[in-house]
Design a protein around this ligand. Sequence first.
Ligand code: AMP
Ligand code: ZN
Length: 298
Amino acid sequence: MSTFLQELVAKGLLIPTGVDGVYGRSGVFEDALLGFDSYISRLAENDKAQVMRFPPLVTRENFEKSGYLKSFPHLAGPVFSFNRPPAEHAALLERVQNGEPWADMLAMTDTVLTPAACYPVYPTVAREPLAKGGRLIDVFSYCFRHEPSIDPARMQMFRMREFIRIGSPAECEEWRDQWIERAGHWLQDLGLPAESAIANDPFFGRGGKMLALNQRAQHLKFELVVPIATVEEPTAIMSFNYHQEHFGKTFGINQSDGEVAHTACVGFGMERVTLALFKFHGLDPDKWPAGVRERIFV
Ligand code: AMP
Ligand code: ZN
């Protein structure tokens, strides 16, 4: 029996590159993914979130400041480039030619691949004081995580559509909580029986275990999960995070009364939702149930 990944590749929906978790997407896959993106835009229209679109990079300065390396050094994707004198160029090519390591001939640049679509937002909103009532931002970006896997739902580069709430603790937590139910209905209407679950991030190392337990105990992260690759281990297709004052403190975001701002974000895993649609309704969108088709392909 072939795996779901093999079926997706055979159908041409995902195009292998030779590296686990890095794929091209077919036109049919993109139509479904972007159709889901418009579905979100239509349903969230009245929220009047401020749209921001960033390239899939964050500045190294903001990345270092964010604390990402404390929690997830294993997933990071800093960008490196060759900036040595021309005299050393031949040595670089020779090493590559001979199959020898060449990483030490590179130097870090000022950019890091974006680990989550919301990362460029926090330093940006920190530039001006928050008005009363806080802010609501809408972002969409490819994200990178170094977690090679043969599970098609665990990619190294994938897209996230996110909404980010910045304001008081109550504004953030209530906003995050109502989103769990709201998004659950949206997915149900697409025939995806997503269930909510308390979750934690994959914090690194032994200290990370404590952070994960603490995150769960405080209900800081929820996910909506559906079975994609296996029934035993359902996949998170959406996340609902309450960061408390982490980003507010880190980047200097203050509420209108001068208190440190809290933040929360709600993220749609765009490839995962798309894969779930193919898993539940079949690999041919022409044959999807009418109710799903009319919501995705408007
Ligand atoms: P997170 O920031 O880890 O909560 O991720 C936000 C959302 O992105 C998750 O709910 C997933 O739907 C999606 N996601 C996370 N990691 C991956 C991955 N490796 N491949 C595809 N989608 C992912
Ligand atoms: Zn986020």
